[in-house]
Design a binder for this molecule. Structure first.
Ligand code: C2E
Ligand code: MG
Ligand code: MG
Ligand code: MG
Length: 278
């Protein structure tokens, strides 16, 4: 029996038998078919200026719409694809799809905003990852500032390897965001050698707001990051108190349910129209 949770758009079946799917000997075929049939969709979560309420950009987040109509959230299938290696193909597909979307907006005369794309750590292990992304970018003749890359820090990769990758991505013109900062793997000392442009404060840090010592920690962390010249995005922001506090810290971008959940592209376009300052 499948238990479903209704949302405005689709039913998200959190208990769908992904385990059975992963044990399927034909998982490779399932993935190939899903890719070919356009089952992977991108939803866009706005990043908003806490002072003006204007849109500053968005993050592209993947969802998998199975042929039976069920929607899978990335937490269900990304770990699986990280294990079997499909993640690299999927990450490239996401990057290409966002570049194509940006090109369509450009051709339609719309204002472009940076739409950040996630790259799994597993994809970073491939030696030609920077060349691959540069190639895709060039094929769309898109300015790399419109497709920043989000990388999660994890214990599994060497700091010296990641700082050299960061350098190569920077040479190709990309903006780099450190995702999930404060979620457990991140260490303060590594920031010294990893020259990210933007740090995304994890929801677990944002949830400190309201706690005396937690707020002090956030204050000093943001001051430290700002003194390094990094900009700050707050993730998982859900309340007006949190927005107020982050505004006072001069946090640059706010991303979270308070302003908007991730949206299908047409709803994202509506959001942009409503939140553009003239
Ligand atoms: P992430 O990159 O840290 O993305 C933020 C996640 O937090 C998203 O979950 C988003 O829907 C959720 N979120 C945003 N605001 C709020 C809030 O106010 N409250 C709460 N409770 N949650 C909020 P989602 O879309 O389920 O994605 C989960 C993770 O899956 C992402 O975390 C990212 O690590 C991964 N992911 C998503 N798309 C891709 C992709 O194309 N490639 C790769 N490699 N990973 C992806
Ligand atoms: Mg992210
Ligand atoms: Mg994150
Ligand atoms: Mg996350």
């Amino acid at each position: 029996p499948i238990k479903g949770k209704r949302t405005r758009h689709y039913a998200f079946y959190e208990d769908l038998d992904i385990k059975q799917l992963s044990e399927d000997r034909l998982m490779e075929d399932v993935f190939e078919d899903a890719l070919k049939n356009g089952e992977f969709q991108l939803w866009y979560q706005p990043k908003v200026d806490p002072v003006t309420g204007n849109i500053l950009g968005a993050e592209a987040l993947i969802r998998w719409k199975r042929p039976d109509g069920t929607m899978l959230s990335p937490g269900k299938f990304i770990p699986l694809f990280e294990k079997n290696g499909n993640i690299t193909t999927l990450d490239e597909y996401v990057f290409r799809t966002v570049c194509a979307q940006q090109q369509r907006w450009l051709q339609a005369g719309a204002t472009l905003y940076p739409i950040s794309v996630n790259i799994s750590r597993v994809s970073l292990y491939y030696s030609n990852v920077v060349d691959k992304y540069r190639e895709i970018l060039n094929s769309f003749r898109l300015d790399p500032k419109y497709v920043p890359l989000e990388i999660t820090e994890s214990a599994t990769i060497d700091n010296s390897d990641i700082s050299s990758l960061i350098e190569q991505f920077h040479e190709a013109g990309f903006t780099l965001l450190l995702d999930d900062f404060g979620s457990g793997y991140s260490s303060l000392s590594s920031l010294n050698v990893m020259h990210f442009d933007t740090i995304k404060l994890d929801k677990s840090l944002i949830d400190y707001i309201g706690d005396r010592n937690g707020e002090k920690l956030l204050l000093h962390i943001t001051q430290l990051l700002q003194s390094f010249g990094m900009t700050i995005t707050a993730e998982g922001v859900e309340t007006s108190d949190q927005v107020e506090f982050l505004k006072n810290l001069h946090c640059d971008d706010i991303q979270g349910y308070y302003f908007s959940k991730p949206l299908p592209v047409n709803e994202f376009e509506d959001f942009v129209r409503k939140h553009t300052g003239l």
